[in-house]
Design a protein around this ligand. Structure first.
Ligand SMILES: [Zn+2]
Ligand SMILES: [Zn+2]
Length: 273
């Protein structure tokens, strides 16, 4: 039996992480951690597939975050916390253990808060990181079964779930490239103008510095001197095999450069960079 396109999405992420870990020793530890987390995310996604008890109805646009199936999610969150406790670096492992010990009512409140706010909200940083990592495949599943929204202009947040972008992408278009953004929660990709800050809307080219490190010529920092935010953008015209959400995890030299220059990332990733 062959897998669905969604299965291949997860397999491609896992394979890319494995390849990058071998190619970039400085990023190997983080990518190996990502591989294990993504393996869990893949199985959670698969549990949502038709035939596994989750109805595959098309949802109207804009309704994605109305649906938080705690009956499905809570037992799996318990498993997830135990898993993170066993494989994560110690500060995150301790946070997972602490949250695990707080029990179901607290888990419900934490997941609900993250889902409603789409960000840290009232949660601690580790609670938000654990919630995001756990809910991301759930949101991605819902997004794939939601009618595509009509997009007005170039929104700086996801047109499906209103979360901030995780990473930018440059895709070949004619002789040049067009930019899009990928949602940090539901992984929806939407078109975005090339020379606009996705955090504050700044459009002056001289306020929008770009930095590329020689180790990873296909990844760039797109920063903004007005709001001091930045996003990493993966240039698929330079490496067509890149998987944006994975390649940005490998781009540690860019994160160091951005931190030195006091830019804050629009959405931090699993590795906190
Ligand atoms: Zn989204
Ligand atoms: Zn800005």
């Amino acid at each position: 039996m062959t897998g669905s396109p969604a299965d291949k999405t997860w397999d491609r992420r896992l394979q890319r992480a494995n390849e990058l870990a071998a190619a970039y020793p400085f990023a190997a530890e983080g990518l190996r951690f990502y591989e294990r987390i993504a393996g869990f995310q893949k199985s959670l996604y698969a549990a949502l597939a038709p035939g596994n008890g989750k109805a595959q109805t098309a949802r109207p646009p804009g309704s994605l975050r109305d649906e938080l199936d705690l009956f499905f999610l809570l037992p799996r969150f318990s498993t997830f916390l135990a898993f993170v406790e066993s494989i994560a670096p110690s500060p995150l492992a301790q946070s997972a253990a602490a949250l695990s010990g707080e029990g179901g009512l607290r888990w419900e409140a934490v997941l609900d808060e993250f889902w409603r706010s789409g960000a840290q909200g009232m949660l601690t940083e580790p609670e938000a990181l654990l919630s995001w990592t756990f809910l991301q495949p759930y949101a991605e599943y819902l997004a794939r079964h939601t009618e595509p929204p009509e997009i007005q202009g170039t929104p700086a947040v996801c047109p499906l779930c209103a979360c901030r972008p995780q990473v930018g992408v440059l895709r070949p278009l004619g002789d040049g490239a067009k930019r899009s953004l990928i949602c940090s929660l539901c992984a929806t990709e939407w078109d975005y103008r090339r020379l606009v800050c996705p955090a504050c809307g700044e459009e002056s080219v001289d306020k929008l510095p770009i930095y590329v490190a020689e180790e990873l010529p296909h990844v760039r920092v797109e920063a903004c001197d007005t709001c001091h935010c930045y996003i990493k953008t993966i240039d698929l015209t330079k490496d067509g095999l890149a998987i944006p959400v994975v390649d940005e995890l490998a781009a540690i030299p860019l994160s160091l450069w951005a931190a030195e220059h006091e830019y804050t990332k629009v959405s931090t990733n699993l590795l906190g960079i």
